[in-house]
Design a protein around this ligand. Structure first.
Ligand SMILES: *Cc1c(COP(=O)(O)O)cnc(C)c1O
Length: 456
């Protein structure tokens, strides 16, 4: 056994004091985001209606390389960070691989995922601006949980519109949010105009993310002192998530380890973008080389089969448009897809880095993802979220390749969260009732044909 400990912790004093904005090191920047009404690049004024002023500034800032993390946010981070970087000795042993596998574990907080890193930042700026509260949507519930924790810390009102089917199927997620003081409303509800309209049109509907977004936006814009917040996709979210990559890099540097390969799962791209940012920065500055791999579900393959084009970020078409790899905002993954990462598009920063060849992407089928998840749980102990398990799958595949070639690669992957609320999906897998679904080209073409006609 080598002298690398199982868990590589940083001291509190070694935690990052500034977020890293990889856009500052990109010669070719992500394309500007557009106002959905005028299709012109958004101004700070446009964005400040939707987001808090400082978050709007962060969204538009593609030159500052570092942005200070306010003291209040760093104090909150101290309660659950630095998160451990774990050497997966037991997994290596199981695979009999010469590769060295490391994972950065973001599930060691009550919300169970990395989403808290941005939730606390967004709540802080809302409080600082003197707002009363924020509204949001949640599907599976990780984002809503993280936001309710962050809002209770800063004594902000938190209103979560939760897709009705999840509200009913995931009562424990709902109760966690309510325990932290959030008001959780099944969507479509009778509380908003759009909710009442959808309920009238489709009686008994179990809702969708697009509908929940429309309700959350209406709730924010119809109440004085409220803003709408999003937990992924936006460049500000990626910025906040850079804390993952900065800590990972600092911990590796502390032990003189050079990563060869960095792997992350990609839904809207926030954890992946945050994990890889400091490494991508070194590639962009010509200082180092890394192999970076984004992993997405074969049932929702925006990077590997989508189009790089301007599209709406939300099904309700109220948020700004951005240029990104997308399947079209009308794309809905097959109902049998259980593993999260169902967003139709991708962060514009991740999209541009991918387009520039800074990273590659791979898609994996869900049964193979759950197979990897169970192998990981049985040897490393942690019950991984299905989303995170996409990265586990590819880390295992790569470690097995090393076994054939004899290479001692250092493989680092992001373990974004725990899967305690995903036991229905695990049950399906354990009962042998899980199947794979890969959309046909014709299906994808249908939603791609509906992309907005914007040059870019
Ligand atoms: C939300 C979530 C993801 C995907 O979101 P990204 O923005 O792509 O990071 C991945 N893992 C977990 C555990 C999540 O909750």
């Amino acid at each position: 056994m080598s002298n690398i400990p199982y868990k590589i912790y940083l001291e509190e004093s070694e935690m990052p004091k500034a977020w890293y904005n990889v856009r500052g090191d990109m010669k070719k920047k992500p394309a500007p985001i557009l106002n959905p009404a005028t299709l012109k690049p958004v101004t700070l004024e446009d964005l400040s209606v939707i987001f808090c002023k400082e978050l709007a500034e962060q969204e538009l800032d593609d030159t500052s390389r570092f942005i200070d993390i306010p003291e209040e946010i760093r104090n909150f981070y101290r309660m659950y960070r630095p998160s451990p970087l774990v050497r997966a000795y037991c997994l290596e042993e199981k695979l009999q691989t010469p590769a060295h596998i490391y994972y950065k574990f973001e599930g060691n907080n009550t919300s169970g995922s990395h989403k808290l890193n941005s939730a606390i930042a967004q709540a802080y700026y809302a409080k600082k601006q003197g707002l009363k509260g924020v509204t949001t949507e949640t599907g599976a519930g990780q984002w809503g949980t993280a936001l309710s924790m962050a809002c209770s810390y800063f004594d902000l009102d938190c209103q979560v519109y939760m897709v009705k089917v999840s509200y009913e199927q995931k009562p424990f997620r709902r109760e966690v949010m309510r325990t932290y003081g959030a008001k959780v409303t099944p969507s479509p509800s009778m509380e908003t105009e759009v909710g009442r309209r959808i309920n009238a049109e489709f009686p008994g509907t179990t809702g969708s993310l697009g509908c929940a977004i429309s309700e959350a936006v209406e709730a924010a814009t119809s109440q004085e002192g409220y803003r709408y917040v999003l937990g992924s996709v936006l460049s500000q979210v990626l910025l906040h998530q850079s804390v993952i990559g900065l800590e990972t890099k600092a911990a590796l540097d502390k032990y003189g380890i050079k990563a060869d390969m960095i792997i992350g799962c990609a839904g809207g791209g926030s954890n992946l973008g945050g994990l890889i940012s400091p490494f991508a920065g070194e590639i962009l500055r010509g200082e180092n080389q890394y192999e970076i791999i984004a992993v997405e579900p074969a049932s929702c393959p925006s990077l590997t089969r989508g189009k790089y084009a301007y599209d709406f970020c939300d099904t309700g078409k109220v948020c700004p448009l951005q240029k990104m790899y997308t399947l079209g905002s009308g794309f809905i993954p097959s109902a049998n897809h259980a593993g999260g990462l169902r967003y139709h598009g991708m962060s514009s920063v991740v999209s541009e880095l991918y387009d520039q060849g800074i990273m590659t992407a791979r898609s994996v089928e869900q049964t193979s993802v759950f197979e990897a998840a169970e192998m990981f749980a049985r040897v490393e102990g942690i019950l991984p979220a299905p989303e995170s398990s996409h990265a586990i799958r590819v880390a295992i595949d790569e470690a097995l390749k090393c076994k054939e070639t004899g290479e001692e690669k250092n493989i680092v992957f992001g373990l974004t969260g725990t899967g305690y609320f995903d036991m229905v999906a695990y049950q399906k897998y354990n009962d042998g009732e899980m199947s794979d679904y890969v959309p046909t080209d014709a299906e994808l073409q249908k939603s791609l044909d509906a992309l907005p006609k914007v040059e870019g």
